[in-house]
Design a protein around this ligand. Structure first.
Ligand code: DAT
Ligand code: MG
Length: 152
């Protein structure tokens, strides 16, 4: 069952403008995770305020919402063994200055306020975020041919 853990990964407006969408999708594909849902959209301020609700008291909150609403985002659900934790490792630290080379933030950005991608931080928050950003019918049920080569 753990192989069906799901995480919500979002490419932020800077990642879209800077043409890193394909690179980020490539990394999750190549890792062996299964793409369950994918869409590009312009997020509303209301949706972003809900998504980042836990951070509403932070001084950077208004700037964060403005930045996230400043352009399109690419929203994805990826599934696999330890998808939440491993997804966060693949993204790197919140502050790109602390992110190791080889991680997405470590390789492609420099400042915390322009860190190009979002990833759920726990299984519970992943479930909440997936339900917030996707309708149930947008999650696609399918069996990748590679599954027996990714999992023993
Ligand atoms: P993460 O995105 O790694 O889960 P978070 O949930 O603590 O990090 O914060 C959400 C986003 O808010 C983060 O990706 C970038 C922004 N942010 C966090 N700390 C910040 C700060 N000190 N200054 C500016 N933006 C910040
Ligand atoms: Mg977070």
């Amino acid at each position: 069952m753990a192989n069906t853990e799901r995480t919500f990964i979002m490419i932020k407006p800077d990642g879209v403008h800077r043409c890193i969408v394909g690179e980020i999708i490539k990394r999750f594909e190549q890792k062996g995770f299964k793409l369950v849902a994918l869409k590009m959209m312009q997020a509303s301020q209301e949706l972003l305020e809900t998504h980042y609700g836990d951070l509403s008291s932070k001084p950077f909150f208004p700037g964060l919402v403005k930045y996230m609403a400043s352009g399109p985002v690419v929203c994805m659900v990826w599934e696999g063994l330890n998808a939440v934790k491993t997804g966060r490792v693949m993204l790197g630290e919140t502050n790109p200055a602390d992110s190791k080379p080889g991680t997405i933030r470590g390789d492609f950005c420099v400042q915390v306020g322009r860190n190009i991608c979002h990833g759920s931080d726990a299984v519970e928050s992943a479930q909440k975020e997936i339900a917030l950003w996707f309708k149930p019918e947008e999650l696609v049920a399918w069996s990748p041919n590679q599954a027996p080569w990714v999992y023993e």
